[in-house]
Design a protein around this ligand. Structure first.
Ligand code: SF4
Length: 472
């Protein structure tokens, strides 16, 4: 059996198929990719493209770098090489229709990653604007690197049937074209396009306008192509934003939100609140004695219902990681609890990846930071959900009842509830800390992990007089 031969024939077929789909480095991304993609590759591709777009943004923000100037292009190329994004460097800087397997593979990644980021950035006007600007810059950069003979190929691959004006018409317009066209060359073909499709040339007065049309030389067709790309992408992002509600896969939803956050915030846990390690068998004790009310509430609900809804998994999961719950301990803890209400296999399928993801072990390997009070307080919390800040979410009656259950006296309860009533949620939390420990916190609570650290350290100091300096 010629196994090797059949494999190589199969590979060739795949290659030719890819070449049909991806004949050119410059892509309109008119159609979404149809494929099955492992979730970690999904994230990896998104992170890679995000990195490319950030490099472009940074190059644009360097003083003296005009968009599309040689300095701007070199800066991008150098950064792509520095961060080992050589494949992107290749398809950008040598933009064309090379027929190699390697080129097709990169074009495919280019295509898929573009669509993933559409989902990430379609959610708000601000995000759409950022993504549209960066993708247009990337597209324009590729256009700039395109050789003139490649323009024809691109038009033909994309079935953009633009015909040049006749020699007769070009002759009749010769003088007008000479005065209105930058670097006029009579030997090139000229095309008639809607003037609104080449706004840059119109603004710069570098084009002949006639009867509502712009007459442009072949080399300027890239302005027409780039403008159409921008128009198409703007509409596509709006369309995607309206369809996002239909996305009911929790893993993808989490991933997209994580990627969106990753573009806005730093990637590491703030050292001041990160804890070395904790004993996972003492989670109930920690929750009772050292968790702020927001985390204690989620913890107790998790124990009671054996389930954590999506927002709780983020708020509580990142908090636990921040207090020192290791990945292995988190898997065991969640598995022991979830499997009281579901099969082991179901747990693995639904939450195995989430935990890996929370701990930065898959995909882009992001070290997500625990949420601070501002973020938790501002969360939208629906009926039946347990995340958010209880001092804000709970009504006064329920807050009173819970504090009383926890053993707070009536005077303390009234003080905490009054803070909450007045919207001083962090003051209420600081008062909760004070009455839990018999002393005030060093600062007003502004982070659940700050609460835990101070509470935990206080107990440690209190219980370990044998470790004082005098004994050494
Ligand atoms: S103030 Fe902060 S730490 Fe305290 S319960 Fe609210 S969100 Fe949690």
């Amino acid at each position: 059996m010629d196994l090797e031969g059949s494999t190589s024939r199969r590979n060739k077929k795949v290659f030719y198929n890819l070449l049909e789909i991806y004949p050119h480095d410059l892509q309109f991304f008119a159609d979404p990719p149809h494929l099955d993609l492992p979730i970690d590759e999904f994230e990896k591709l998104a992170m890679e493209r995000m990195h490319v777009l950030r490099i472009i943004q940074q190059a644009s923000s360097v003083k003296g770098h005009q968009l599309l100037s040689n300095g701007w292009v070199n800066c991008i190329s150098e950064a792509l090489k520095e961060f080992r994004l050589n494949d992107y460097n290749l398809i950008i800087m040598n933009c064309g229709s090379a027929q190699s397997e390697a080129s097709c593979a990169v074009r495919r990644r280019d295509h898929i990653s573009h669509y993933i980021l559409r989902l990430v950035y379609c959610r708000s006007e601000e995000l759409r604007r950022w993504f549209l600007a960066r993708e247009t810059e990337l597209f324009n950069l590729k256009c700039k690197m395109l050789k003139e003979e490649e323009i024809d190929k691109f038009l033909s691959f994309n079935k953009l049937n633009l015909s040049p004006i006749s020699q007769q018409e070009k002759g009749d317009l010769r003088i007008s074209l000479l005065y209105s066209t930058k670097n006029f060359n009579f030997d090139t073909d000229f095309y008639k396009v809607q003037f609104s499709d080449v706004p840059y040339l119109v603004k710069k007065k570098q084009v002949l306008l006639k009867d509502g049309f712009a007459i442009i030389p072949k080399k300027d067709l890239i302005h027409y192509i780039a403008n159409n790309f921008k128009k198409m992408l703007r509409q596509a992002l709006l369309y995607a934003s309206k369809k996002m509600y239909a996305l009911d896969d929790d893993r993808i939803r989490e991933l997209l939100l994580g990627l969106e956050k990753n573009n806005k915030i730093s990637h590491c846990i703030p050292g001041e609140y990160s804890h070395n390690s904790i004993d996972p068998s003492l989670m109930d004790v920690y929750a009772k004695n050292h968790f702020p009310l927001c985390m204690r509430n989620i913890h107790e609900n998790f124990r009671a219902t054996h389930t954590l809804k999506y927002d709780c998994r983020l708020q509580y999961g990142f908090f636990c990681k921040g207090i020192g719950l290791s990945y292995e301990d988190c898997v065991k803890y969640w598995r022991d609890e979830f499997t009281k209400a579901m099969e082991h296999r179901e747990f693995q399928k639904k939450y195995g990846y989430t935990i890996k993801h929370n701990y930065g072990k898959v995909g882009g390997k992001i070290n997500y930071i625990p949420f601070n009070c501002t973020k938790i307080i501002s969360a939208n919390v629906g009926i039946g959900q347990q995340h958010g800040c209880p001092f804000k979410v709970w009504d006064n009656g329920y807050l009173k009842q819970k504090l009383t259950e926890y053993g707070f006296g009536p005077q303390v309860v009234t003080e905490i509830v009054n803070h909450a009533k007045e919207g001083n949620y962090q003051m209420a939390c600081s008062a909760y800390f004070e009455y839990m420990h018999g002393r005030p916190s060093k600062e007003v609570i502004n982070h659940p992990n700050q609460y835990f650290e101070e509470s935990f350290n206080y107990e440690h100091e209190y219980q370990s007089p044998y470790c004082s300096d005098e004994d050494e």
